[in-house]
Ligand binder design. Structure first.
Ligand code: UDP
Length: 476
């Protein structure tokens, strides 16, 4: 009788908050289907996790199915891993992470807990150089890209954009001109909506080249997982499938996990301690009255922009809850403004919030966001309209979809002025409130429909699980 080989997947995220969040959710969904998961966390992030219950929760709930392994991210502990310095992390992938990962696979260190070889690797789409590592060892690799399908598609077309001279952007070019070299996006994306990396002055720019190369490598993988729903990005998905036929759209993952495993309280996957005092503050506010402000885990803002946003919020007269990460400002902290603007009276500030819960709170009426993909999905699922002020990477594309395609908010891209902030906040929570609430309700319904049994994301997840189980038999 043949010995049954268990399915054992290595899940290896790019080591920053947003990527870790969605890949942990996927890992738990795989465990729920009886698949063994080794989650390869960076030493740095694993240490930060010690302040949350997520480590013990996963190990306790799935004692025979879930395991954490750790790997160095190649940076010193005091490296900020944010803002422009995030590039150091991208550089460390090639120099440190991928070679270390290969050593770990060869040495069998990743087989220890389950006593079996990995049968599949799910690698973050920014680390596609690892596809060859898997191939050399005969282990199929599936790529998980944590950005939107539309942004992935824009990244995929960087060679076309360069060839047609649309990027690098020329001085004084018309940023509102529609982009021609991203098929299917001709009537959606303007030059200003291209991913932040496309604003590089030179096509040999490290960030641009890195995104282009890693994205192109995706075609060598066994398949591509995207944290999106078919209904959100039909056009981009149609285009992608022409080149990468095996695409699993299984998002929004946080909501799919909540649907498949409803819990009254779920341990947070936050790398930093959440300040829950903001929940009591939200309880004291009127329904749909608060604007929640957060720029995610990586953005580092100029202090003059913070001052403009603060004044805009104050002048709107509306209560706000602002996540102010300690390392999120370049230069001098606008301490004077923070004090004088009556933050205490009108606003509430925390260093890190339980964001999913905040967005689900009935007092929250709008979200001033940097348009990170996780934040965008979390807002869509909760039916909260957005004001988008994208910082970098995929965020320029996401904010365009919010403002122009889904019509679930306003795109404040490239503008940071107190008058604009005040006007947009008042439109979102005042004059256009009903219109935005209606469109966000429609989108939330559409997205949530994809999660139920028979829904598109649910079906794609089942297909992924099935394929991972079949891979074991095919390759052993
Ligand atoms: N987040 C959080 N608390 C905060 C701010 C953000 O838990 O105070 C979470 C948020 O829910 C999201 C993630 O951090 O899941 C940020 O990911 P996103 O893709 O939006 O942006 P990034 O941080 O990658 O720029």
């Amino acid at each position: 009788m043949a010995l049954e080989i268990p399915s054992h997947v290595i899940v290896f995220p790019f080591p920053v908050q947003g990527h870790v969040n969605s890949m942990l959710k996927l890992s738990e969904l795989l465990c729920l289907s009886g698949i063994h998961v080794t989650f390869l966390n960076s030493d740095h992030n694993h240490c930060l996790f010690s302040t949350s219950d997520i480590r013990s929760y996963l190990l306790y709930r799935y004692p025979d199915l879930f395991n954490f392994a750790t790997i160095s991210d190649g940076l010193s502990d005091d490296h900020p891993r944010s803002g422009n310095r995030i590039k150091d992390l991208f550089k460390a992938i090639e120099i440190t992470l991928i070679p270390l990962f290969k050593d770990m696979l060869i040495s069998g260190r990743l087989n220890l807990k389950f006593g079996c070889f990995p049968t599949c690797i799910i690698i973050d789409g920014t680390m596609c150089s690892a596809i060859n590592v898997g191939k050399d060892m005969g282990i199929p690799v599936i790529v998980f890209r944590t950005i939107s399908a539309s942004c992935f598609w824009a990244f995929f077309n960087i060679p076309n954009l360069i060839e047609s001279n649309e990027i690098p952007l020329k001085d004084n070019c018309d940023m509102d001109k529609y982009v021609e070299s991203v098929p299917g996006m001709e009537k959606i994306l303007r030059l200003r909506d291209l991913p932040g990396f496309c604003r590089a002055a030179d096509s040999s720019d490290f960030g641009l080249q890195m995104m282009m190369n890693q994205t192109q490598l995706t075609i060598n993988a066994h398949g591509l997982i995207l944290n999106t729903a078919e209904e959100l990005e039909e056009e981009a998905l149609t285009q992608i499938r022409r080149l990468i036929p095996n695409v699993y759209t299984i998002g929004p993952l946080h909501a799919l996990l909540n649907y498949r495993l409803p819990l009254t309280t779920r341990p947070s996957t936050s790398l930093w301690e959440e300040d829950r005092s903001c929940m009591a503050w939200l309880d004291s506010q009127h329904p749909r009255s608060v604007i929640y402000v957060s720029f995610g885990s990586i953005a580092v803002m100029k202090s003059e922009d913070i001052v403009e946003i603060l004044h805009g919020l104050e002048n709107s007269g509306r209560p706000f809850l602002w996540v102010f990460r300690p390392n999120s400002v370049h230069g001098v902290w606008p301490v004077r403004e923070l004090g004088s603007i009556g933050v205490k009276k009108q606003g509430y500030m925390v260093e890190w919030a339980p964001q999913e819960e905040v967005l689900a709170h009935p007092s929250v009426g709008g979200f001033l966001t940097h348009s990170g993909w996780n934040s965008t999905l979390e807002s869509l699922v909760s039916g909260v309209p957005m004001i988008c002020w994208p910082y970098f990477g995929d965020q320029q594309v996401n904010s365009r979809f919010v403002g122009e395609v889904w019509k679930t908010g306003l795109d404040m891209k490239d503008l940071c002025d107190r008058k604009v902030v005040e006007k947009m906040v008042n439109e979102l929570l005042g004059v256009k409130k009903d219109m935005f609430l209606e469109s966000t309700k429609v989108m939330a319904k559409l997205v949530n429909k994809s999660l139920v049994m028979g829904g598109t994301s649910s079906n794609h997840l089942d297909r992924l699980i099935n394929d991972i189980k079949v891979i074991v038999n095919k390759f052993n």
